[in-house]
Write a new protein. Structure first.
Length: 367
C-alpha cells in the first residue's frame, strides 16, 4: 500500500453527522500511516476543538462555504494533496471550483450526504437552481461522486441525467470502538431495575420527529416501565420540554443535551429510536446497532429501510404515527434483535470494507 497525502474537508465542525464522519475517516487514515490534513470552515460556538490523534486539523474561520473557494485553492497549491475527500453538496461545488483554479492534480472524491431534493431546485434563479447549474459545470472535475445510501444514488440520477454517483457508506465504527469493547454481554451487564432504557439522538429540530417520539412515549409508559433519553440540542428544546411536561412524562423522558461519546450511552440502552421525517443515511442508527441497541425507525427517506434491510434487523414504522412508533418500541422489548445479527447488519460500514471501496473507486493501491 502506497502512503498518500490526503486532505479531508467539511463545512462546520459540530457534534453531528457530516463533521464527525469526516473526523472518523481522517483518524482511520492517519492510523494507517497516511499524511492527513482535516480542514473545517468553522468551529461551531460552544463546541470544543477535536483532538488530532496523528492528523493536522485546521479551521479556516469561514462561516459561509462560498467564502472557502480561495483559501482552498491556496491550500491545494501549498499542501499538494494526492487525494481529497469532500462532504456535502454546497462544499463539493466550491471544492471543485477551487480545484480548477489551483490546477491541482489531486484525485477528488465528493460525497453527498442529504437527499438532493432538499438541496437542488427546478425553480429558475432560486438558490437550489443556481447550485444545480454550478454542479453541472464543475462535476466533471470530480474523480469520484458518492452518496451515503443506495436510495440517494437513484435520486441523484433523477436530478442529474449524467450522474456518476455510486454508494459508499460512512465509516461508523470498528473493533476499536469503546462501546464494542465494553459490550461483551449487553443485557446482563446493564443495571436493569426492571426499566427498559430507550435512547434517541439528533438535533432538536422539527425534521427529527422528536415530538412524535414523545407522544409515543405517553403510550409506551402505559404498558411498560420504560425511560427515554434524547441526546442533542436545537431550536425545539423548549417546545419539546413543554410537551414532556404537558403529557406528565418528566419522570420518563429526559432531554439530555449534547454528549461527546454517544456510543457510551447507546451501549447502556436497550432500544434506539430514530423518529426522523427524512435522512441521508443516519449514522446514528448504525452507531446504535454497533452498540447493541435494538433499532426502531420511521420508514423515512432515505437510509433506514436500507440499513435495517426491510425490517430484518429492526422495526420500521410509518411516518407521523406516534401510535405505530409506540407499537414498534413495545415490540422491541418483547423481541430484541440479537447482537450477532446487529453486527452482521452493519458489515458494510466497517473500516476495511469502506476503505477498500474508496481505494477501488479512486484507483489507488489501498488506503
Amino acid at each position: 500500500m502506497t502512503t498518500q497525502k490526503i486532505l479531508l474537508l467539511a463545512g462546520r465542525y459540530g457534534l453531528s453527522g457530516v463533521p464527525l464522519a469526516q473526523l472518523r475517516l481522517a483518524r482511520v487514515l492517519a492510523r494507517r500511516g497516511h499524511t492527513v490534513k482535516l480542514v473545517y470552515g468553522m468551529l461551531n460556538e460552544g463546541i470544543e476543538q477535536p483532538v488530532g490523534d496523528g492528523l493536522d486539523i485546521v479551521f479556516l474561520q469561514r462561516a459561509r462555504v462560498s467564502s472557502m473557494v480561495l483559501p482552498l485553492a491556496r491550500l491545494f497549491k501549498s499542501y499538494e494533496p494526492d487525494i481529497v475527500f469532500s462532504a456535502g453538496d454546497h462544499l463539493n461545488s466550491m471544492v471543485l471550483i477551487a480545484a480548477y483554479l489551483s490546477r491541482t492534480t489531486a484525485k477528488i472524491s465528493c460525497s453527498s450526504r442529504v437527499t438532493p431534493y432538499d438541496t437542488y431546485s427546478s425553480q429558475v434563479f432560486s438558490k437550489g437552481w443556481l447550485l444545480k447549474q454550478v454542479m453541472r459545470l464543475v462535476m466533471p472535475r470530480a474523480d469520484v461522486l458518492t452518496c451515503v445510501s443506495k436510495d440517494m444514488v437513484d435520486q441523484y440520477r433523477q436530478i442529474f441525467s449524467s450522474s456518476r454517483h455510486v454508494c459508499v457508506y460512512n465509516i461508523v465504527g470498528d473493533a476499536e470502538s469503546p462501546a464494542v469493547a465494553n459490550r461483551t454481554n449487553s443485557r446482563s451487564s446493564l443495571p436493569r431495575d426492571h426499566v427498559y432504557r430507550i435512547i434517541a439522538a439528533g438535533a432538536l429540530e422539527p425534521w427529527k420527529g422528536f415530538a412524535d417520539l414523545i407522544d409515543a412515549m405517553s403510550i409506551v409508559v402505559r404498558s411498560a416501565d420504560a425511560h427515554l433519553t434524547i441526546l442533542g440540542e436545537g431550536s425545539q428544546r423548549s417546545a419539546l420540554q413543554s410537551r414532556i411536561d404537558d403529557l406528565g412524562l418528566s419522570d420518563s423522558v429526559v432531554l439530555y443535551g449534547n454528549v461527546e461519546d454517544p456510543l457510551n450511552y447507546f451501549s447502556r440502552s436497550d432500544t434506539f429510536v430514530l423518529s426522523s421525517y427524512l435522512e441521508g443515511l443516519p449514522n446514528v442508527l448504525v452507531e446504535a446497532m454497533l452498540s447493541g441497541c435494538t433499532p426502531v425507525s420511521t420508514d423515512c427517506p432515505t437510509g433506514p429501510r436500507e440499513v435495517l434491510q426491510d425490517g430484518r434487523y429492526g422495526y420500521l414504522v410509518p411516518l407521523n404515527d406516534p401510535a405505530a412508533l409506540a407499537a414498534g418500541i413495545l415490540q422491541s422489548f418483547e423481541s430484541p434483535i440479537s447482537n450477532d445479527d446487529l453486527q452482521d447488519a452493519i458489515q458494510g460500514f466497517r473500516v476495511d470494507n469502506v476503505l477498500k471501496r474508496h481505494a477501488e473507486l479512486l484507483g489507488v493501491d489501498g488506503l
